[in-house]
Ligand binder design. Structure first.
Ligand SMILES: O=C(O)/C=C/C(=O)CC(=O)CC(=O)O
Ligand SMILES: [Ca+2]
Ligand SMILES: [Mg+2]
Length: 425
């Protein structure tokens, strides 16, 4: 992944709110789908506090404008791969940094508070992996105390097929699911509202070009299949999960809703923040040949955070409480390239707009746990909140927000925005 003029830390934008913006300086330029008063769903780019309406500046974009950008979803653009994405980024960077362009572009800016964001693509398929080795160990210990990490973990990037139809954009209310759970003292299960609703701190990976059925993606080409990244929260009902998961794994405990943030941060924007290190300790078995190789720096230098605000905290004006903070690269045993290659290794076809979850990104640090299941040790150690309330799992009225930010010496930091949901009973 190359560093070019679009990453220059000296670059500023005539959109003043972009300069020093937490997430969306001119070095980021993430893509999304928005609608607004009088504007049907369309492609946009986040810049500072604004969304830039891409179809409205088609002429100014020149050769970087493509008909695929005139669609109400980004599947068609994702399918084109990296080159058009790079060209669009380069042209947007010029248009938004050189003040000479202000007059012809400014009327295409709409305040982010005035738009509705949508899923960036039609999600044909959604798969969730399990590459957070600390999460897998912590959860494994609770479900299987004697055997936390199964022997296949260090050979196979474990995943399960999720439910594409219940993927929603950030902000969708989280309706507490009902299902079967078996209280420890009960002889038979009961059906009713989940009492152990949880979040999972994850990254979402959007598939770009994909592969034909029957044609695997070699590890050296996996990076080319990635269109970008969003935040992902795999809402999970732990009591349903514990009862239903054997022998086929996650099902109704996880398919009632999956939330993603609306902005797709491109691999190009993340180039300065990729790292060579990730959470595969020296001395572990080498990956099998088909998973070995790939980019020199496949690790994601993204710091992820999760915050909780309860209804009482909101009423009392108490600031959100940070539940988790950790770097994705410190959590991931398998890289995104390995995930993609493994998924397609049997010939399974990945398609433009498919969504892949990394798995819960917990680090080894005490404050780096990416779910309440881990934070409360399966409900045994509830958290005490600033209001004096206690939490083992999410209660009605709780708001959970995920963010992620990339920082590196000599570069302007960028962010992924946020992925948010409020729980209703
Ligand atoms: O069945 C189990 O032992 C565990 C399943 C999961 O935790 C699935 C999952 O969502 C993986 C993850 O987010 O890391
Ligand atoms: Ca998950
Ligand atoms: Mg889910």
């Amino acid at each position: 992944m190359t560093i070019d003029a679009t990453h220059d830390p000296a670059l500023t934008s005539w959109v003043e709110s972009a300069n020093g913006h937490r997430d969306f300086p001119v070095q980021n330029l993430p893509l999304g789908i928005f609608s607004a008063e009088g504007l049907e769903r369309r492609a946009g780019v986040a810049i500072g506090d604004f969304v830039l309406d891409l179809p409205a500046i088609a002429e100014a974009l020149g050769d970087a404008w493509l008909d695929e950008l005139a669609q109400p979803v980004l599947n068609g653009f994702f399918a084109l791969g990296a080159e058009p994405r790079r060209a669009l980024r380069a042209r947007l960077s010029e248009l938004l940094s050189d003040p000479a362009n202000r007059d012809r572009i400014e009327s295409a800016l709409i305040g982010q508070s005035e738009v509705t964001m949508h899923l960036p693509a039609i999600v044909g398929d959604y798969t969730d992996f399990y590459v957070g080795i600390h999460h897998a160990t912590n959860v494994g210990r609770q479900f299987r105390p004697d055997n936390p990490l199964l022997p296949n973990y260090k050979y196979v990037p474990i995943g399960y097929h999720g439910r594409a139809s219940s993927v929603r954009v950030s902000g969708k209310p989280v309706v507490r699911p009902s299902g079967q759970r078996k209280p420890p003292e009960a002889e038979v299960p009961v059906y009713g509202k989940s009492r152990r609703l949880d979040y999972e701190l994850e990254l979402g990976v959007w598939i770009g070009r994909g592969n034909q059925l029957g044609e695997p993606i070699p590890i050296g080409e996996a990076a080319d299949s990635i269109a970008g990244y969003s935040l992902l929260n795999d809402w999970s009902a732990r009591d349903l999960q514990a009862w239903e998961y054997q022998p086929l794994g996650p099902f109704l405990a996880k398919n009632f809703l999956t939330s993603v943030s609306p902005w797709v941060v491109t691999p190009e924007a993340l180039a300065p923040f990729m790292t060579a290190d990730f959470a595969r300790p020296d001395g572990d078995p080498a990956p099998l040949d088909y998973l070995a190789g790939g980019s020199d720096k496949p690790g994601l230098g993204l710091t992820m955070e999760a915050f909780l605000t309860t209804a009482a905290m909101r009423e009392q004006g108490v600031a959100p409480l940070r539940l988790s903070r950790g770097r994705a690269a410190d959590a991931m045993y398998w890289t995104v390239e390995q995930i993609v290659t493994h998924h397609a290794s049997n010939g399974c076809n990945l398609q433009p707009g498919d969504l892949i979850g990394t798995g819960t990104l917990s680090t080894a640090a005490a404050d780096g746990l990416g779910s309440l299941l881990e934070i409360s040790a399966g409900g045994k150690s509830p958290l005490t909140l600033p209001t004096g309330e206690q939490r083992s799992f999410l209660e009605d009225g709780d708001e959970l927000t995920i963010t992620a930010r990339a920082e590196a010496d000599g570069f302007v930091a960028i962010g992924l925005g946020e992925c948010r949901g409020v729980v209703f009973g």
